[in-house]
Design a binder for this molecule. Structure first.
Ligand code: NAD
Ligand code: 0WE
Length: 260
């Protein structure tokens, strides 16, 4: 009997089979969950549909989280197909590429607005729209990164957006807690996904990261999937408003010992 047998929910943020959201979906599928998926644009639809079908998804809908109409349409379809939902996975982030290199000081007003709207406000917008669909003991997770807490070169405005996302997660946890709904974040170490490819210096960051961690390794979407499984299952029933680090221990280190 799987840990999520009889539970159903939405996964937002699968772009391809390297996506962290796909690592999560595979872990949830293994434990018996039923899932609906979303995509943005026709190019990604062609990637997401076959993946969704491979885990028997009954719902695959477009949803640009910058659009209230898209979000409302998604929740209307979700109600038709699933009735209530037991979980929601938010694995979405976006900043204009030119905001993710060079000086933080050149962050633009528009670049700031877009990064915070798509990467942080979207969690609030989705939970607001899903409010009356969430089961009494529903569990919601979002994905964050340590660049919200400490400075990581080039992460720039995304660090500010993740700080806003983490704070939003805590306020949502406090708001929905009295109903039994839990909201948590997973802070993942660097994973080579579409969102990470083409980032200036990502290869070297990825390598240096592994060397600095207590476990001396990088982390995978599968690692994140297994922690997501715990947070979305009843095993984490008293955990809410928390940031769980899936980073091979990187965040506890003050100064790296290095090799030899
Ligand atoms: P990914 O590119 O596979 O996923 C990012 C997703 O965001 C894509 O599916 C994309 O379609 C979606 N997205 C972007 N703009 C959107 C919009 N307007 N509406 C709806 N969806 C939109 O990359 P990933 O690394 O799997 O990212 C998933 C989450 O994990 C993000 O929140 C990211 O910040 C976080 N994260 C990633 C890493 C990493 O190193 N890859 C580390 C920690 C946290
Ligand atoms: O959250 C992220 C990446 C999010 C992201 C990535 C892109 C690339 C393509 C948001 N918007 C865009 N926009 C694009 O046009 N991560 C945690 C991965 C990541 O990104 C970095 C990192 C790490 C780690 C950027 C700079 C430095 C480190």
């Amino acid at each position: 009997m799987g840990l999520l047998e009889g539970k159903k929910g939405l996964i937002l943020g699968v772009a391809n089979d390297h996506s962290i959201a796909w690592g999560i979906a595979q872990a949830l599928h293994r434990e018996g969950a039923e899932m609906g998926f979303t995509y943005v644009g026709e190019a990604l639809e062609r990637r997401v549909r076959p993946l969704a079908e491979s885990v028997g998804a009954r719902l695959v809908e477009p949803c640009d989280v910058g659009s209230d109409a898209d979000i409302d349409e998604l929740m209307a379809r979700t109600r038709e197909v699933f009735g209530q939902i037991d979980f929601l996975v938010h694995a979405i982030a976006f900043a204009n590429r030119d905001e993710l290199s060079g000086s933080f000081l050149k962050t633009t007003r528009e670049g700031f607005r877009i990064a915070l709207e798509i990467s942080a406000y979207s969690l609030i917008a989705l939970m607001k729209a899903a409010d009356d669909l969430l089961a009494p003991d529903a569990s919601v997770i979002t994905l964050t990164y340590h660049g919200s807490q400490q400075v990581v070169p080039n992460y720039n405005v995304m660090g500010v957006a993740k700080a806003a996302l983490e704070a939003s997660m805590r306020y949502l946890a406090a708001d929905l807690g009295p109903r039994g709904v839990r909201v948590n974040a997973i802070s993942a170490g660097p994973v080579r996904t579409l969102a990470a490819s083409g980032i200036a210096g990502f290869r070297s960051l990825h390598r240096q990261f592994a060397e600095a961690t207590p476990l001396r390794r990088n982390i995978t979407a599968e690692d994140v999937g297994n922690t997501a499984l715990w947070l979305l299952s009843d095993l984490s029933g008293a955990v809410t408003g928390e940031i769980v680090y899936v980073d091979a221990g990187f965040n506890i280190i003050g100064l790296s010992a290095g090799e030899g």
